[in-house]
Design a protein around this ligand. Structure first.
Ligand SMILES: Cc1cc2nc3c(=O)[nH]c(=O)nc-3n(C[C@H](O)[C@H](O)[C@H](O)COP(=O)(O)OP(=O)(O)OC[C@H]3O[C@@H](n4cnc5c(N)ncnc54)[C@H](O)[C@@H]3O)c2cc1C
Length: 477
């Protein structure tokens, strides 16, 4: 339910990226006056939005937020359905692994196209304004004397007083940086030893896709992988994820010959589809992957962070934006329920938001780190593939008891922490099942399905021989 305030507060959102613009739209729909500030210039005056990937995978949690804000139909027009993974082995053979059942799929959307839809939808609301070319440098809570609110500082611009600041300024958030100066604020930032480089794959000469467009293409090679996600219009965005250092790493691909040799060695079937590989390799940078954790996500009633500013994760589950959109769903629902009218109301609302979302942020980070191992390594492992086939049989026979981890994360709305916990128990059960003598011969038997369910039931009722769930971050998972 959308409620209207009789005395609208004036909120600031720092960051008109994916999460900030969606949140702005939702706050304006609830009757608040909102100004969104972004350091970038208006993307409508430049060719493309600055961003960290050209396209993104949008899934159920993201769609739910877009539906809630009333913009899902507009986004559907630029969304391309992706039904599963297309795995390329060393010999150029391709296998297809469906993501879900029935019509379950994820969607590829252009980052700049999606951001534009959200900014334009937000600006249609008369109580919302987006100000580009505004670089925020931090805030100061000003609840003394006659002044009440929070001052937002800008580079080379006047300071502006707002009722509240929502920091949606991404992984290197200045709002979060300012929060770290608060007593007992926890903060950690960690870079992965791996980076990534994007390589565009243009459409065929006839304008069509060079590979099947219904899948996320993966060339899993152990410590590194190439990935390709189709874009509406016939192109793909390929991304090489690899270590910065080591034998097969970015530091060892220096010359044009090194690039050719590396691709010939590991992805020979991709080379004919990448006619401008060398040029693209030399043009595009190697970008880093950074994880951020912090707590709490609010300072009293005045400042709160959302999206990557609160929980930057690695991109391997395609959930960074989706989890940020889920933050918007939860925060707007809390506002609908509480209808806050005082600073005390806002403080307890923001505290509840932190309480609900912090465990979700931590869990999706762990899930995403685990999925990197799955994508670059396990998708080519016969034992893992057999486990997936067995899981599909268990899930088909007992849909209410067993949902694969990918389904729990991507096609459900249960809290990420719950998905992680269920995934770990199911992995422990699968470890027992995979240890069954001659499993590769009897995996299709009903006995295996029923044993898995019995192990799960025993675990749930506390009588299991499985004492600890399996850590999904173990490389044996
Ligand atoms: C390679 C890669 C692939 C990804 N793929 C997926 C995927 O498939 N699915 C998915 O769900 N997620 C994916 N993600 C994650 C996703 O990109 C992020 O989670 C998402 O962009 C976060 O949105 P945000 O609005 O919080 O931050 P951002 O998108 O980073 O937006 C932050 C905004 O704040 C502005 N800003 C920053 N500092 C200031 C300042 N000081 N003053 C004013 N404005 C400021 C910036 O200009 C920007 O507009 C991927 C990430 C990467 C790196």
């Amino acid at each position: 339910m959308i409620t209207s305030n009789t005395t609208p507060e004036h909120h600031a959102i720092v960051g008109a990226g994916l999460v900030g613009s969606l949140l702005g739209l939702m706050l304006a729909q609830r009757g608040y006056k909102v100004t969104i500030y972004d350091r970038r210039s208006d993307p409508r005056n430049s060719k493309a939005l600055e961003g960290r990937s050209i396209n993104l995978a949008l899934s159920d949690r993201g769609w739910k937020a877009l539906e809630k804000a009333g913009v899902a139909d507009r986004v559907r027009k630029i969304a391309l359905p992706i039904k599963g993974r297309r795995i390329h082995d060393h010999s150029g053979n391709e296998t297809f692994q469906l993501y879900g059942v029935g019509d379950q799929c994820i969607y590829s959307v252009s980052r700049s196209g999606l951001n534009l839809i959200l900014v334009e939808a937000a600006e249609e609301n008369p109580s919302l304004e987006v100000k580009f070319d505004h670089v925020s440098t931090g805030y100061e809570i000003a609840d003394k004397g006659d002044v009440s609110g929070v001052k937002l500082y800008f580079k080379n611009r006047n300071t502006i007083l707002h009722d509240r600041i929502f920091g949606a300024d991404g992984v290197f958030s200045v709002i979060r940086e300012n929060m770290t100066h608060t007593n007992r604020f926890d903060y950690s930032q960690e870079y992965l030893p791996h980076g990534y480089k994007e390589i565009p794959m243009s459409p065929n000469t006839d304008g069509g896709f060079r590979m099947s467009e219904d899948g996320l293409h993966i060339w899993p090679r152990g410590q590194f992988m190439l990935m390709a996600l189709p874009n509406p219009g016939g192109s793909f965005t390929c991304t090489l994820f690899a270590p910065y250092e080591g034998e097969e790493s970015f530091e060892n691909i220096k010359s044009d010959e090194d690039v050719h040799a590396f691709f010939n060695r590991h992805f020979p079937d991709a080379i004919p589809h990448l006619p401008t590989l060398i040029q693209d390799w030399n043009t595009n940078p190697v970008s880093s992957l950074c994880c951020v954790k912090c707590h709490p996500w609010n300072i009293n009633s005045r400042v709160v962070i959302i999206g990557d500013a609160a929980h930057a994760i690695v991109p391997f589950f395609g959930q960074g934006m989706n989890s940020g959109f889920e933050d918007c769903t939860i925060l707007s629902s809390l506002i609908d329920e509480a209808v806050p009218t005082s600073e005390a109301d806002w403080k307890s609302l923001f505290e509840e938001y932190t309480r609900l979302r912090k465990p979700a942020g931590d869990a999706i980070l762990n899930l995403a780190l685990h999925n990197y191992i799955v994508m670059r390594d396990k998708t080519a492992d016969p034992k893992f593939l057999l486990q997936k086939r067995i899981e599909a049989r268990i899930s088909a026979a007992h849909r209410d008891r067993w949902k694969p981890l990918y389904t729990l994360v991507t096609f459900s709305h249960i809290p990420y922490a719950e998905a992680l916990a269920k995934g770990e128990v199911q992995q422990a059960v699968m470890n027992e099942i995979m240890a069954t003598p001659n499993i590769s011969e009897k995996w299709e038997s009903d006995e295996i399905v029923e044993r898995a369910i019995k192990l799960l039931d025993d675990y749930d009722s506390g009588i299991s021989t499985i004492k600890n769930p399996a850590s999904l971050l173990s490389t044996d998972a």
